[in-house]
Design a protein around this ligand. Structure first.
Ligand SMILES: Cc1ncc(COP(=O)(O)O)c(C=O)c1O
Length: 379
């Protein structure tokens, strides 16, 4: 393995060359404001509409359902706050979610509690981070406004039974955070009422994302101004980002099945080799229902941060879990919610592969580097 091996694709991925190429005209020739009523503006509006229709097709929504945002955090905030604020007028002030969600969901729910007296039920997961749809059903109340779940967890890679959760929600709107799963898994058939994605996780640049929300679901906007995005998100649109998002999402979706098979097989080899080579290593997340490229471990008795430094010295760049939490001394809220003791949670290391996967004997060579790094910090 020569050069640096970047294995932190759950944090962010590089832009695909096709997406970079596709967005260039919107930054140069077709630079207009899509709200302007002249030919330069119309060219931008055409590019934006085309991108919206393409994103909608991959996500399984109507073009008019897609709201472009600045990323995954904004899409989750708009869904959680926007749907619940709209439902408050109908006396609905309760949210059902889980303790392993991304902060974009958990902190939005906390905000609603602080300022709008919204209450929340956090439905526990099993030790692998899976939620039982029956437990979602049991948490519903007459005043429940929203069920919010992640399709795939960013720290441990566990994939939820979203169709089961949607069925269990009995008509209560279900928001699905598909930031980690879009491009890797089919998200079009989940039955979600709203779906959040982020460009930079799937080969588009940072600064663009989308929330798809079905027309029947009332949504209170969070950004007020010129009424762009059908009044749901004011502000001049990031046309170039939207074009790049549509391009990257379509390409990733087209390759999805083959990539999941190839990268999934490599990740399985990596997991097996690490568990065989490192004493007291344990896999985090669900052994079966998991993202194809995510391999998370705890290494009992060593510091995860120290292992990461040793890995980087050996040319492998990875992380302990969420990029938001990286560098903090707090153990991961996801691992704690899965019942991992705080001390053990601080030993975690997450390797996340990109769509290219690893070179030929990469999984076994990488596992040997992991083993050597753990051995180097074992006192
Ligand atoms: C599951 C999940 N949701 C939301 C986000 C936030 O997305 P962004 O970084 O685009 O704001 C992330 C980013 O790590 C994520 O993994």
């Amino acid at each position: 393995m020569s050069g640096l091996l970047y294995l932190d694709h759950a944090a962010t991925s590089p832009i695909r060359p096709e997406a970079l190429e596709a967005m260039a005209p919107s930054l140069t020739r077709d630079f207009g404001n899509p709200s302007s009523h002249h030919t330069v503006g119309e060219a931008a509006a055409y590019a934006l509409d085309d991108a919206r229709a393409r994103v909608a097709r991959v996500l399984g929504f109507r073009a008019g359902d897609v709201v472009f945002t600045a990323g995954g955090t904004e899409a989750d905030n708009l869904a959680v706050k926007g749907i619940v604020l709209a439902a408050l007028a109908r006396g609905r002030s309760h949210v059902v979610t889980t303790p392993i969600e991304h902060e974009a969901i958990l902190e939005s729910v906390a905000y609603l509690g602080r300022f709008h007296d919204v209450t929340a039920t956090l439905v526990p997961t099993d030790a692998h981070g899976r939620v039982d749809p029956a437990a979602i059903a049991a948490a519903l109340r007459p005043e429940t406004a929203l069920v919010a779940v992640g399709h795939a967890n960013n720290e441990i890679g566990t994939v939820q039974d979203v169709p089961g959760i949607v069925a269990a929600a009995q008509g209560v709107p279900v928001h699905v955070d598909a930031v980690q799963s879009a491009g890797w898994l089919d998200v079009s058939g989940l039955g979600a009422d709203s779906l959040a994605i982020a460009g930079h996780k799937l080969g588009a640049p940072k600064g663009i994302g989308a929330l798809a929300v079905r027309g029947r679901v009332p949504l209170e906007p969070l950004l007020h101004g010129g009424g762009q995005e059908r009044g749901r998100r004011s502000g001049t649109e990031n046309v170039a980002g939207a074009v790049a998002l549509a391009t990257a999402l379509e390409l990733a979706d087209g390759e999805r099945v083959a990539v999941a098979e190839r990268v999934g097989a490599q990740t399985a080899r990596l997991i097996a080799a690490v568990l065989a080579a490192v004493p007291r290593a344990a896999l985090t997340g669900d052994p079966i229902h998991r993202l194809p490229g995510t391999a998370g471990f705890t290494f009992d008795g060593v510091s995860g941060e120290a292992v990461l430094l040793e890995l980087e010295r050996r040319g492998v760049v990875s992380s302990s879990g969420s990029a938001c939490a990286a560098g903090s001394d707090e153990p991961s809220h996801v691992l704690l919610a899965c019942g991992v003791p705080p001390g053990l949670a601080q030993t975690s290391v997450r390797l996340t592969l990109g769509r290219q996967g690893l070179p030929g004997d990469g999984p076994e060579r990488l596992a040997a580097l992991v083993a050597a790094s753990v051995a180097a910090v074992t006192s």
